[in-house]
Design a protein around this ligand. Structure first.
Ligand code: TXA
Ligand code: MG
Length: 325
């Protein structure tokens, strides 16, 4: 945990007063077209002014990200979101139910200058979310406009969920880096497209399918999501060592990500000894990185139940293992 880790999980408006200077420095850096390392409740983001094409280009460059993969615009509240995009009744219902929080909504773009073409990869839709982490909320309020922030990892690598991991990925490209402690959720936001037809789940996350359907009814069946959510290619979230999923036990030379009761030992990282999916989600990316650091022949991962948050965990694991989701 970083020096400011005590801000984790605090409610809105409860940031320690000594963080105000950092927040203002971050807002100034964004206004000057610089990059900012931004903690959110899901994963650390690499933030830039969404309206500034040069700043947005610097994000793609820092991540080594293909330019056909659009970014998420982060805003302070639903009112700002509704100025940027066309929110129909279903989008409004989802936003009211889950914002601020780990849900991203894809809707038709309304203000094409506020989130520039490059940020949207030329699409006529935009992905928007209102994060709940008090530091990101404070920076968004101080800056005033939308901030695009992909996960702060270099393209294809696991998303950083601690300040140290985020610094190691893209921290050197940032004018200001904010330590928000370990990320509470640990997986990227749920992405839902609300366009023609029923809402479509583009990326599973902490807001589960069951929770979404309780608000808007049945979601559209998964289709060729690679087309609609262009970043969702195979071999994403991948550590250096090959990942083997649904493992019953590790083979010699493998690290093991266990789930549930399992004897401690060298190379064993238990995602949740009690079998909690939210604990496993919060640990997943940092444990993949920790397992990688012991330079194993491979990383074996125990089977994770496919209910609730398990859908999102298994999505990331399949991609880490190189399977298309
Ligand atoms: O939790 C999160 O969402 C984190 C934190 C930092 O907020 N951000 C994040 O951003 O995960 P990124 O860029 O790593 O993932 C954005 C996802 C990609 O899969 C991208 O293809 C999809 O959102 N996306 C963005 N705009 C889209 C659009 N207009 N239509 C469909 N998918 C879109
Ligand atoms: Mg990402």
């Amino acid at each position: 945990m970083g020096g400011h880790g005590s801000d984790r999980g605090q409610g809105e408006g409860q940031l320690r007063p000594d963080r105000q200077a950092e927040i203002e420095a971050a807002a100034r850096a964004l206004a000057a077209g610089q990059l900012v390392l931004l903690p959110t409740e899901t994963v650390y983001g690499l933030g830039a002014d969404a309206a500034n094409p040069a700043a947005v280009a610097a994000i793609f460059d820092a991540k080594g990200r293909p330019r056909f993969n659009p970014l998420i615009a982060h805003v302070a509240d639903l009112e700002t979101a509704a100025r940027l995009a066309v929110f129909d009744d279903r989008a409004l219902a989802l936003a009211r139910a889950f914002w601020p929080g780990p849900l991203t909504l894809v809707a038709p773009i309304r203000d094409a200058d506020a989130v520039c073409d490059l940020a949207r990869a030329g699409l006529d839709t935009v992905a928007i979310r209102v994060p709940s982490h008090p530091l990101s909320r404070a920076v968004l309020a101080a800056f005033g406009g939308p901030v695009v922030a992909p996960s702060a990892n270099r393209s294809g690598r696991p998303s950083p969920t601690t300040y140290a991991d985020a610094l190691g990925e893209t921290g050197d490209r940032c004018a200001v880096t904010l330590d928000g402690g370990p990320c509470e959720v640990g997986l990227e936001s749920t992405v839902v497209a609300v366009l023609d037809g029923p809402p479509r789940l583009l990326r599973p996350g902490a807001v589960t399918r069951v929770q979404l359907e309780a608000v808007v009814g049945p979601l559209a069946e998964a289709q060729d999501d690679a087309k609609r959510s262009p970043g969702r290619m195979a071999l994403h979230y991948a550590p250096d060592a090959p990942v083997r999923i649904n493992a019953v036990a590790p083979e010699p030379g493998e690290a093991f990500l266990a789930f549930g009761p399992w004897p401690a030992g060298e190379g064993v990282f238990n995602l949740s000894p009690t079998g909690s999916l939210s604990e496993a989600a919060a640990n997943l990316f940092s444990f993949l990185r920790a397992a990688d650091r012991i330079r194993p022949l491979g990383i074996a991962v125990a089977a994770i139940p496919h209910e609730g948050l398990g859908e999102a965990i298994n999505d990331r694991l399949r991609r880490a293992a190189g399977f298309v989701g």
